[in-house]
Design a protein around this ligand. Structure first.
Ligand code: CA
Length: 219
């Protein structure tokens, strides 16, 4: 799962990046308003964490502009502004939740989970399936050929992107972009290692290799 962190404070941002990565997420970190709005246009983010006091453009302005532009990424405000007026304004402008600093990481993670659950509850089905393979996006359970297992964060990210578009070929660059954060060290064979691990558990043809183009799951 890919997360956008919008935070100008180096110490807080660094701490959050480490905590989110430890929880298995890919994190991109931007530090000012204009970059935040630019990054929010990328639909790859499952969720964005938005600080309000930002250089360039205030977080409230970023929030307002993003919703006006039709960006639907779930946004959780993280700020030291604890006034009721500020909370109400943030939620009215289209934020999904509001967490006041300082907060503990477990509470942030719990709120992120709750927010994603609420979003998913609007979907009819949390399961993606193709042929005999089924991926449960709520529990990260994957099953195929009589085997069922909860996937690791990166295995899940890989199967999620493939199973959202069966029959569509994804290049290595596309897969890497979806699974890893900016500036994150990616071993040249990282995608192959993940694919090998999934094939070992669920069968060689669970992911098809299209020579010179990339990978896909069959329709
Ligand atoms: Ca700030």
């Amino acid at each position: 799962m890919r997360v956008l962190l919008i935070e100008d404070d180096k110490q807080i941002g660094g701490g959050l990046v480490a905590a989110l990565k430890a929880a298995g997420m890919a994190v991109d970190w931007v530090r000012d308003g204009p970059m935040a709005l630019e990054a929010l246009r990328d639909p790859a983010y499952a969720i964005a964490l938005l600080d309000l006091g930002l250089p360039g453009a205030d977080g409230m302005a970023v929030l307002k502009a993003s919703r006006q532009q039709g960006i639907e990424t779930p946004i959780l405000i993280i700020t030291a502004r604890d006034a009721v007026e500020s909370r109400v304004a943030g939620l009215d402008l289209g934020a999904d939740d509001y967490l006041v600093k300082p907060f503990e990481v477990p509470e942030l993670l719990a709120r992120m989970r709750a927010l994603l659950r609420r979003r998913r509850a609007g979907q009819v089905n949390s399961k993606l399936s193709t042929g005999e393979a089924v991926l449960d996006t709520a529990t990260h359970q994957f099953s195929r050929g009589g085997r069922m297992e909860i996937l690791s964060a990166r295995e899940y990210a890989l199967m999620r992107i493939l199973m959202e578009k069966p029959g569509h070929i994804f290049s290595r660059a596309q897969i890497e972009e979806y699974i890893y954060g900016w500036g994150e060290e990616v071993e040249s064979n990282a995608v192959e290692v993940l694919i090998h691990s999934i094939r070992r558990k669920f069968g060689k043809d669970v992911i098809l290799n299209i020579r010179g183009a990339g990978w896909m799951v069959a329709k």
